[in-house]
Every structure is written in structure tokens, then in C-alpha cells.
Ligand binder design. Structure first.
Ligand code: CMP
Length: 150
């Protein structure tokens, strides 16, 4: 059992469509623990750092202008195998492969507007968390209510 941290960002279309609460609740319901969260508008510089691996791809310019077009909600979550578990909850990047019951399977028609981003590996998660959060913005706490209930 490896407890991991991962990075999740609700994209501008997730905010515009007013499904941020729905998206967040899916991760909570899965049992993941929220360690940090903030709303922000990405600068071009931050967006380019975040999506550096996609430089030169056909969709890159559209991706950068979309992700900087309005506020996003950046967040850090923790759980056993959190990186891969979150990717499953999110669903495949391609809408025709995203299964119903996943966030993208339920809400996304177009790859360019896919409402949420999640880290694809533990290395990426570390890089993305560091890009978006200071250490003081990540909270290390126990879910005491679970102790009361057991
Ligand atoms: P995300 O999980 O944020 O990671 C990279 C993003 O690039 C992806 O979600 C999509 O928003 C976008 N993307 C990936 N592939 C394509 C594509 N073929 N066409 C348009 N956008 C894409």
C-alpha cells in the first residue's frame, strides 16, 4: 500500500458549467483526502510550465489559451495509489474512450474541453504540486471524524 499525493485541477470549463462541486465530491466519495485547494487564474508562464510536455503539438496553442481563459481550481489530494485511482475517477482523455461513470465519461464531449486535469504519474504529481502550491498551503491532518465513527 503506497500512500501518494496527486494534483487535480478543475479547468475553466468545469467552473463555467458549475460542476466544480460535483467534480470535487466524486474524489471525496472515493475516499481521497483533500490536502489543499485554491482558485486562481493561470498566467501564461505558469500554463506553459504546467503543459511543457505538450509544446509543439497541434493543440498546444489552443490548450494554453483555454487554460488561461478563466479561473481554475487547483488541488492536492492524498490516498492509497492516489495517482492511478484519480485517473480512473477522471476517465480517459479521449471522450469516446471515457467510460460512463467517470467524470469525463459523464460530462465531456470534446478533448479540448475536458473539465479536469489530473497528474499521470507520481513524478508528474510532485512537479505539478510544487508548481502550484507552497508547502505551507498543503495541510497534513487526520480525518478525526472517521475515528469517531469506527
Ligand atoms: P489534460 O489531462 O489537462 O492534459 C493535457 C491536455 O491536452 C488534455 O487534458 C487535453 O485538454 C489536451 N489534449 C490532449 N490531447 C488533445 C487533442 N488531441 N486535441 C486537443 N486537446 C488535447
Amino acid at each position: 500500500m503506497t500512500v501518494e499525493k496527486t494534483f487535480i485541477m478543475i479547468k475553466p470549463d468545469g467552473i463555467q458549467r458549475e460542476i466544480a462541486g460535483e467534480i470535487i465530491s466524486r474524489f471525496e466519495r472515493k475516499g481521497l483526502k483533500l490536502l489543499g485547494m485554491k482558485m486562481m487564474k493561470l498566467t501564461r508562464e505558469k500554463a506553459e510550465k504546467h503543459y511543457a510536455e505538450h509544446v509543439g503539438k497541434g493543440f498546444y496553442d489552443e490548450l494554453i489559451s483555454f487554460i488561461t481563459s478563466g479561473p481554475v481550481i487547483a488541488s492536492v489530494w492524498e490516498g492509497v495509489n492516489a495517482v492511478q485511482i484519480v485517473r480512473k475517477v477522471v476517465g480517459a482523455t479521449s471522450p469516446d474512450k471515457a467510460e460512463p461513470g467517470t467524470i469525463r465519461g459523464d460530462f465531456v464531449l470534446c478533448t479540448s474541453f475536458n473539465v479536469v486535469h489530473a497528474s499521470d504519474s507520481t513524478e508528474t504529481a510532485k512537479r505539478e504540486i510544487t508548481l502550484f502550491f507552497d508547502e505551507s498551503e498543503i495541510y497534513n491532518y487526520s480525518l478525526k471524524i472517521k475515528d469517531f465513527l469506527s
